[in-house]
Design a protein around this ligand. Sequence first.
Ligand code: FES
Ligand code: FE2
Length: 353
Amino acid sequence: MKNRYPFPIPFGWFCVGHPEDFPVGEPRPLYYWEQHLVAWRDVEGTVHVQDAFCPHLGAHLGHGGSVDGCELVCPFHGWKFDAEGTNTDIPYSERVNRKARLRTYPAMERNGVVLVWYHPDGEAPMWDIPEVPELADHPDWSTVIRTEYVIDASVQEMAENAVDAAHFRYVHNTATVPELEEYTTGFPEAIMRSSQKFPTPRGVMEGHIDTHAWGPGVSQVNFSGIVDTINYAVTTPIEADRCIVRFNFRFKTMGDEKTTRNVGRAFVAEVDKQVREDQPIWEHKAHLVRPALADNDGPFMKFRKWAAQFYAEPVADDRLVYPPPFWPDRVDDAPAKATASARYMNEAPPAES
Ligand code: FES
Ligand SMILES: [Fe+2]
C-alpha cells in the first residue's frame, strides 16, 4: 500500500480532550496515533492515559473498566494496574504478574486541555508546555469557546496552512494576504508574527497574528486588532493521514460580557468558515516534496524543516508526489474517508453575570 505522506506520525505533546471529559472513576476509551488507549482519573484527581488492552487476555480497559482509588480495574477478570502500569493485584491469585505491564503515557492538564506525550519508541518528554495565565480563569478574559474538526490530512499538512500566505486571499477571500514579519524556528518552538487586514461589518481593520508552536501538537495564536483573542489550537494525530483539531478561543473583555461574547462569536464563526474552506483542499491535495514556489509564497521549506524534527523515523524520499488515497488503486477507501467531517461544538455556557 502506498503511503499518503512521506512522513510518519510525529512525536510531541498532544491533546486528548478537555478536563471535564474525564470524570473521576470513569475510564474512557480513546483512539489516537493508531493506538487504542484508555484514559482515567484517579480519586486524587490525576488523569492517566495508558494502552487500552489488558495484558492478561486483552480486554479493553476503557469499555467497562473501573477505578479503585488510584488503580485501574479490568472488567474481564478484575486485575488491577497502577498509574505506572504495574500489575498490583490479581484477585484470584496470591501473586501479581510482574511481566504484565500497561504502556503508560506521560499526561498532564494544562491551559484547559489534557495533554499526552506520544513518542513511537516510548522516549520521555523532550520539552514542557508553558502555562498561559490568560487561559486559566482570568478576570480580563472571556470564558472559552471551542470548536473541533476531524480532518483527513496529516498534522503537518494542516499546519503548513499557517505559512501559506497567498491562500488567505484565494481560499478565504480576505481583503489582503497577511504580511510575514518574523518566522523563527527552533526545537521545539516556532514563532511566527504577521499582520493582516480583516474585513468587518464596519470596514477593513488591520490586525496582527502571532503564532507560537511547541512541537507539532500545541500552538497558541494571538490575534489583535478587532478584538484581542487567544486561540489555543491543538492538533492530534488519529492516524498518519487523519487528525483532530481543537480550537479554544478566549477573548479579552471589552466593556461588558455581552459585547465580548458577540464579537467573540463572530470571530469564531469567521475562523470556522475558514476551516471549512480549507478542509476540502487539505483532504484532496497531494503532498509535493518539491513544490514550485513563487517569491512571496511564505517560508514553506523552513516550516517543513522545522516539522521534520518531530519524526522518529526518517522522512521517505522515494517519490516526489504523494497523492491522496482516492487514487484508482484505493478507490474503495473513498466512501469511508468521505464520512469524516467538521464538527462545530456547542459553546461553553457564558460566565455568570
Ligand atoms: S483480560 Fe484483564 S483481567 Fe483478564
Ligand atoms: Fe486556511
